[in-house]
Design a protein. Sequence first.
Length: 191
Amino acid sequence: MTHLLVRGSLATGTADRLSDVDMVVAVHDDRLPALMDGLDTLMSTAFGTLLPGWRETIVGNLGGAGFVYLLPHDGHLLQLDLYLCPATAVGALRRRIGPRLLWQGHGADDTIDADTCRRTAQHLARAAQAPANCEHLLVQAMVLHAMLRKRLARSQHYIAYGLLHDLNSTCRDVIRTALVPHSRHHGCATC
């Protein structure tokens, strides 16, 4: 790990008991693919996450990969938004979203060769384009449900309405993917 940063309400000092935790973890570019591949196991073992991470699609691409985890805490589910970032993209990320630096390790500013950066970028692109399967969609439904409950508890009805739409779309996609993946009635181009 080269950098540990916090963003969102924790970085601005506006967090409350319903706030999620927004962390950015930067690692050397050549280590990012292995970390992404083992992240669910690490989060389950170290933090007791209940489900695999949901590949975050709400926040735009910031040069890395975002994941949402639900962690049991004090009888409730805590939402952890974890953003993995290659060390070479930390500067641009800091300028774009202004996260607060919590820790910076030795070698954080080491130069990385262009070939390593290219391979890491290709790995991130492949991961972002991977089609969702039933497991991913079910995790997405659980995360959206947790987010919806939080917005309703805060009386943020318009945001909750948008999340309800996303949850309904996800449930529809689960049914399509699990039961009728090749039906011409669902717009499958290959049918």
